[in-house]
Design a binder for this molecule. Structure first.
Ligand code: NAP
Length: 243
């Protein structure tokens, strides 16, 4: 039985991944900041016959990460998905104006926390059969892709772009440094997905795909993750993205 752990699983992509893995009869550990108010997760857990477990986790809180490790003990984790993330701050992060605290907070959540969580759960990964470490990144973290000055959203996302580039770099390092343990690392762009992050969950959003469609693609790529392609930066359709 595959055991999957997902951070930020109460809404958006994290929730869609949890629902699909649960439907596929995996054991799913779903982490969120506020389990009490995570209605969709509570519903998923209640209908899962004990296969879905909710654990509280604020990815910025070292005590919370340590409590997660305590709750898991030696339990093997086949697939660890670092999904929780933010899109920067409500303030613009642009060539003209940087909100320093917002930048640091974005880096902390999107880039530092996934590495700290991976380190805390390294032994759980090692004890598993699949040993897959996954980061939900973004093509906006690509330094090589030039989006031009025409896209307001992209030109205002300096902190987010830097955070995803740093995430990619950290995950690439773990792909190299933990290869001897058999750990394989997937750095995945989910596409432009209709979630709260992109401003709307409904079909009217400018984002091009649903969370379910993206999650299905991500799960396909995770299933195809091997030693040979570990540390690659891909999208949900399996296309490689330039660093
Ligand atoms: N949507 C897209 O088009 C898109 C594109 C590229 C990459 N991504 C990436 O995909 C991932 C999921 O995004 P999404 O679109 O599903 O966004 P979302 O709907 O805004 O969901 C973000 C999730 O992250 C959680 N989170 C934020 N800060 C946290 C913290 N400190 N501790 C624990 N959980 C925290 C949120 O929990 P709360 O409910 O508690 O805030 C929520 O569950 C992110 O890493 C994002 O950068 C998304």
């Amino acid at each position: 039985m595959t055991t999957v752990l997902i951070t930020g699983a109460n809404r958006g992509l994290g929730l869609a991944l949890a629902q699909l893995y649960a439907a596929d009869r995996a054991d799913v550990i779903v982490c969120c900041r506020d389990p009490e108010n995570a209605d969709a997760l509570k519903q998923l857990a209640a209908s899962s016959g004990g296969r879905v477990q909710i654990i509280q986790l604020d990815v910025t809180d070292l005590t919370s990460i340590a409590s997660l490790k305590d709750a898991l003990g030696d339990r093997p984790i086949d697939i660890l998905i670092n999904n929780a993330g933010i899109n920067g701050t409500p303030k613009v992060q642009s060539a003209d104006c940087i909100d320093a605290e917002g930048w640091i907070n974005t880096l902390r959540i999107n880039a530092l926390s996934p590495v700290l969580i991976a380190q805390a759960l390294r032994d759980n990964l090692r004890r598993s059969s699949e040993k897959k470490l996954v980061a939900i990144s973004s093509d906006l973290g690509s330094t090589g892709v030039d989006y031009g000055a025409t896209s307001a959203v992209r030109s205002e996302r300096y902190a987010y772009r830097a955070s995803k580039a740093a995430l990619n770099n950290g995950m690439r390092g773990l792909a190299r440094d933990w290869a001897a343990d058999g750990v394989v690392v997937g750095i995945l762009n989910p596409g432009f997905v209709r979630t709260d992050m992109t401003g709307a969950r409904g079909a009217a959003s400018s984002a091009s795909i649903s969370a379910e469609e993206s999650a299905r693609g991500l799960i396909r790529q995770i299933a195809g993750l091997t030693r040979a392609n570990s540390g690659t930066f891909w999208d949900y359709r399996g296309e490689t993205i330039a660093w």
